[in-house]
Write a protein that binds this ligand. Structure first.
Ligand code: ZN
Length: 185
C-alpha cells in the first residue's frame, strides 16, 4: 500500500499529464476551458489530494493528510475513529462524500458557535445560484484526486458494494443455523 508521500507524487504526476494534455487540446481548439474552471478543478484536486485524502480514516494516528491541516489536524481524529481503514471511506462514491459531509458538519458547527458567541457578525455566504459550469470542475477535480488514490491502493470501483454483499452473506449464514436448529426442535 503506497505511503502518503507516494500517493501525493502519483497525483501530482497525473495532474501534470492532464494539464499538458488540456493545454495541447485547447491550443488546437478541441477543448475550451475558462481560467475559472481550470482554477476550480485545480483547487478541488489539490484539496482532494492533500487535505481530504481517503487515508484520513487513519487520522487517529499519524497520517500525511492530517499533517497538512497543521494545528487543525485534530478535527479529523473523530473521522479516523469513526471509519475503519479502507472500509467505506475507501469506496469510490460514498467514501469521498463522507469526507465532504464530515467537513460540512464541522463548518456548520463552527458557524453555529460563531453565530451564538457573536450574534451580529456577518459571515460570508455562497452566491446563488451556482452554475453547473462552476460546480462540475470542482466535482471532477475532487473525485479524480480520490479515485487516483483508490486505484493506487488497488481498490476496485465496486469496493463498497462487495463489502455490503459480504456483510449480507455473513448475516444470512449467521441466521441459517438458528433456523435449522429451531426446525429440528
Ligand atoms: Zn488509502
Amino acid at each position: 500500500m503506497p505511503s502518503g508521500r507516494v500517493h501525493n507524487l502519483i497525483n501530482i504526476a497525473a495532474y501534470s499529464v492532464l494539464a499538458a494534455a488540456t493545454l495541447i487540446l485547447s491550443r488546437q481548439d478541441l477543448l475550451t476551458i475558462t481560467p475559472v474552471q481550470a482554477l476550480n478543478f485545480t483547487l478541488a484536486y489539490a484539496a482532494g489530494t492533500f487535505l481530504l485524502s481517503p487515508d484520513l480514516d487513519l487520522a487517529d494516528g499519524r497520517v500525511d493528510s492530517k499533517r497538512h491541516w497543521g494545528l487543525l489536524g485534530f478535527v479529523w481524529v473523530p473521522y479516523g475513529k469513526l471509519f475503519r481503514h479502507r472500509g467505506l471511506s475507501h469506496s469510490w462514491v460514498l467514501g469521498p462524500l463522507t469526507r465532504l459531509a464530515y467537513l460540512a458538519l464541522l463548518i456548520t458547527l463552527v458557524v453555529g458557535v460563531l453565530r451564538y458567541v457573536v450574534p451580529g457578525m456577518t459571515l460570508p455566504t455562497i452566491p446563488q445560484p451556482i452554475s453547473l459550469k462552476f460546480i462540475v470542475p470542482l466535482v471532477l477535480g475532487y473525485f479524480l484526486s480520490q479515485w487516483l488514490h483508490l486505484i493506487a491502493d488497488g481498490i476496485r470501483p465496486d469496493h463498497g458494494l462487495r463489502q455490503g454483499a459480504r456483510k449480507l452473506k455473513l448475516q444470512r449464514s449467521r441466521h441459517r443455523p438458528a433456523r435449522s436448529r429451531s426446525r429440528r426442535a
